[in-house]
Ligand binder design. Sequence first.
Ligand SMILES: [Zn+2]
Length: 336
Amino acid sequence: MKHIFAFVWVAVVCFAGLGTPAAAQHAPKQHPPIIDMHLHALPAKGWPGGPSFICPGMEFAAFDPRGKWDPDHIWATCPNPLVAPASDEELLREILAVMDRHNIVLAATSGSLEHVRRYRQAAPNGILPGLNTAVANLGTPDSLRELIRTGEIAILGEIGPQIEGISPDDEMLEPYLALAEELDIPLAIHVLSFQPYYLFPQNRATLNNPLLLERMLVRHPKLRVYVMHAGWPMLNEMMSLLFVYPQVHVDVAGIDWLLPRKEFHRYLRGLVEAGFGKRILFGSDAAMWPQVIGIGIEAIESADFLSEAQKRDLHYNNAARFLRLDEKGQLQNKPR
Ligand SMILES: [Zn+2]
């Protein structure tokens, strides 16, 4: 299960509630609702071999291959590093506090079954369960079918076969894609050229090309797919896929706080101005660092090229339509 941490390059610790006046804590409830399509339920110390902190929006340092790889080198000059909470309990408490603070009414949440269960027990109405695991650990199609039938899994993903060196169009994924199509649950697939080769030796930039999803889309025309991280930085390829396959959506998780803000806005603007404002979903990719949720929300709020209506689409309306929520904002087939 170590691989699951490979997907998590995005998040911040929210100290909401600590030293905040009670009135201020309740004020954000006035904010309109938000859906986070990309949350992770992981252990607080869940990233063996990964950086000990993250640094939203910073430039990425050069690496001299004569030296020994140090996962912290990427943000070596970070002025305000974010570190994970000390315990799983504290992490969950902070995640829920941030959700409450920003009025996040639903979060597509993936991790191991065990951790997703913990999150659902703590917030039964706010957590839409997904499965974040290595391809080899997806189980048999029959065992996965049972998890979907019993409501343990409502979204297939985040899966990120590329990080394991497996192409998204590899035949080994076929039975799982067919199952997601048959049972009509969304596929959430990681497409992002970021995870460094030194940290994830099987990862390949070439496997993170959005056009590698084309074969699955042709084979499974009813499959509801959202491309996590919007395929950054392959904007042209992402737009090609969105044009040809109008059922495809993207989330902007991770890139909304990980990248320098100007680059995130350039990429987002490219998608919106090409006409895909109805196909973009907000996501945080928060895992061990709850504060990144707020940074990601603000990254959309601060985009001066978006109208207020477009911001609402990204923060809520597009996901509600993609998930087929009813007029009360409830799932029509709620996981048990
Ligand atoms: Zn990912």
